[in-house]
Design a protein around this ligand. Sequence first.
Ligand code: SF4
Ligand code: SF4
Length: 102
Amino acid sequence: MSAKNITMEASMKVGDIPLGFTAGPGTTKNFKTGDWRSARPVLDREKCSYCGFCYVYCPDGVYRDMGPEEKYYKVDLDYCKGCGVCAHECPKKCIQMVVEEV
Ligand code: SF4
Ligand code: SF4
């Protein structure tokens, strides 16, 4: 089926959608979506204020709170898609998006 022929009908189920779409809730952990990334977020911990904006704004929820001793949030690169939202929202501008080596 070509992309031009795709139309959604009320009677369609998720499984009816042709391959190429991501469908079905709760399945993202089954796929290492980090393979999609063309740039990765790199944190300068010296500048980080441990505010949590990166953790809150990441649309994929791939930041992990390292706790009050470490005072930073660690990205899980297996799942980070490289969208750059965390770098954009960081008030301290301490996240740089660095192009991935191919
Ligand atoms: S948003 Fe920036 S300053 Fe805040 S915790 Fe994340 S990296 Fe640190
Ligand atoms: S680049 Fe996007 S997916 Fe990756 S950690 Fe930042 S906000 Fe999350």
